[in-house]
Ligand binder design. Structure first.
Ligand code: ATP
Ligand code: FE2
Length: 326
């Protein structure tokens, strides 16, 4: 059974993991936390460059002690921040050349989906993939992951982070807003924007900041922000389930850690009689195990990346990938 080493570093999290078909064998991560404001791409890349050798050394030492033979190395080819992607790709190429093993570039969004399927036992779900930079409703159909709906502007996690920052809460804002929302009860009307199967979050973010400046209580506002953003996502996910005729919903991405989002999606799935799947939190946000796992799927399908095609793509879409492993 193949053993694959994967490296993730598209944005804030740098991680290295080794997996086989059954489980994650070892994983080490070193998160970049901005000193102020949001993520600065060049600072994040510098963090990854400073940290990658140490992480690789730890994981490779572990492999050596366990006499593991690594069959391939995978990395996120995109989407993500250009400087971060290039740093990680360089490390992955060096490992491939040094050990003379195949190099496998993977799509970061699809890795979020595939690790969820692997870890929950879902079979063929509609996936709601919600993270900082991305928000998409994905469905597998005839050789590709189709994007049935997506954000027209920023990812929902980014909306949480922006709103939080504008009212003085530290980064990342998502978990803070969830905490403040727990104390809230009163619903304040905020912009709800669904256009066809797509949604948008900048209007909501701006209106929430303005409401805060007008003196609306923080907990009522966080509560209303969550309810509005998540209602949009649940509406589109529900329509995707009906349209594609699928019987499962999978939650993926860092925002998936939010309990209220899990609850709202769970209620929708119960009402429709479809299965609802959420992996452990460590497999929701960015992690290296998901990159190693998708690398393993591609390796078994002999879908490897020649060195000359291993360039990164900061705007790599999941529907550009021909799925070879299903
Ligand atoms: P991608 O490259 O896929 O867009 P990412 O770099 O945004 O990924 P993730 O770890 O998938 O990374 O997601 C991070 C986002 O998740 C941040 O915007 C963060 O605020 C948000 N988040 C984390 N926990 C929660 C929560 N409990 N509620 C809401 N948002 C959350
Ligand atoms: Fe991600």
């Amino acid at each position: 059974m193949p053993v694959v080493l994967g490296i993730e570093g598209t944005a804030w999290n740098l991680g290295v993991a080794i997996v086989d078909d059954e489980d994650v064998i070892v994983e080490r991560a070193d998160a970049y936390l901005p000193v102020s404001g949001g993520i600065h791409p060049r600072d994040a890349a510098q963090h990854h460059a400073d940290s990658i050798v140490g992480l690789l050394r730890q994981v490779l030492t572990f492999a050596l002690e366990k006499s593991l033979k690594i069959d391939a190395v995978s990395f996120s080819q995109g989407p993500g921040l250009g400087p971060c992607l290039r740093t990680v790709a360089t490390a992955a190429r060096a490992i491939a050349l040094n050990f003379n093993i195949p190099l496998i570039g993977v799509n970061h969004c699809i890795a979020h989906v595939e690790v969820g399927i692997w870890k929950t036992g879902a079979n063929d779900p509609i996936t709601l993939y919600v993270s900082g930079a991305n928000s998409q409703v994905l469905s597998y159909n005839r050789g590709r992951y189709r994007v049935l709906g997506e954000t027209l502007d920023i990812g929902v996690g980014n909306a949480f982070d922006k709103f939080a920052r504008s009212i003085g809460l530290p980064h990342p804002g998502g978990p803070r807003i969830e905490e403040h929302a727990r104390g809230g009860g009163r619903y304040i009307e905020l912009p709800y924007t669904v256009k066809g199967m797509d949604f948008s979050f900048t209007g909501l973010t701006t209106a929430a900041r303005e409401a805060y400046e007008r003196g609306v209580s923080l907990s009522d506002l966080c509560h209303s922000f969550q309810e509005t953003a998540f209602a949009m996502l649940v509406e589109v996910t529900e329509r995707a389930v009906a349209h594609a005729g699928k019987e499962e919903v999978l939650l993926a991405g860092g925002v998936g850690a939010n309990r209220r989002l899990q609850e709202m999606l769970g209620i929708m799935c119960d009402e429709r009689g479809v299965g609802f799947y959420v992996p452990e939190t460590r497999f929701l946000g960015d992690n290296a195990a998901m990159i190693a796992h998708l690398g393993n799927l591609q390796l078994k399908a002999r879908d490897v990346t020649p060195l000359e095609e291993s360039g990164v793509n900061p705007s790599f879409r999941p529907d550009e990938v021909r799925v070879t492993w299903k």
